[in-house]
Design a protein around this ligand. Sequence first.
Ligand SMILES: Nc1nc2c(ncn2[C@@H]2O[C@H](COP(=O)(O)OP(=O)(O)OP(=O)(O)O)[C@@H](O)[C@H]2O)c(=O)[nH]1
Ligand SMILES: [Mg+2]
Length: 216
Amino acid sequence: MSNKTVSIDVQKDLFGANKGAAISNADEFKKHGIHAFDVMGSVGSGKTLFIEALCEKMSGRYKILMVAGDLATRIDADRVASHGIDTVQINTGNACHLDARMVRFALKDVDLSKYELVFIENVGNLICPAGYSLGVEKRIVLLGITEGPYMVRKHPLTIKRADIIVINKIDLAEVLDFDVEALVSDVREVDSDLPVFLVSSKTGQGIDEVVHGLGL
Ligand SMILES: Nc1nc2c(ncn2[C@@H]2O[C@H](COP(=O)(O)OP(=O)(O)OP(=O)(O)O)[C@@H](O)[C@H]2O)c(=O)[nH]1
Ligand SMILES: [Mg+2]
């Protein structure tokens, strides 16, 4: 008779598998000369409108693919597609984030040689996506000022893992009496070198600066 107990570190296992898939995504993007970006942020922070604004600005210069992560719909993919951009929808069911394997699976039948730029909209959530790298060049974390003043202090890990912070909906700062400088200071507390851009995806304010910041 044998009575064995096996302990599995589920987190380690999951993160380990994700890391391998992220490396192979990164290799694939690199092979095709693609700049890929993961756009993360809470529900309603403005991720889709931000991507639409970037696409408007850059579709004349780059061949763009948008990958949309969403639990159940393809609303965001359709919004971006209405600008003439190719899209791939990933419906995650009940998963609160994209992971590298989902992206690899979604792109397996896509001819990546057609694209130069890939924007991945992660599932609307400021917590779960941070743990899963997708193999992108940069992770963009979007903070909408309508989400209140404590997003940075409450999500330090997500901020730490970002390459670029976009403070979005800046056009509403006055009417909301929102202290943008205080939010920027909170970011600086977490990482003093992190680039921060003040943006209105609605008016286009700050989008040129983001394009430059992304090295495009
Ligand atoms: N005033 C203003 N409204 C914005 C801005 N960016 C987004 N919005 C609005 O905020 C709402 C949510 O924007 P979305 O782009 O759908 O946000 P999202 O982060 O993609 O949302 P989910 O995909 O549902 O997580 C929409 O009504 C947008 O028009 C902005 O810079 N200024
Ligand atoms: Mg969206």
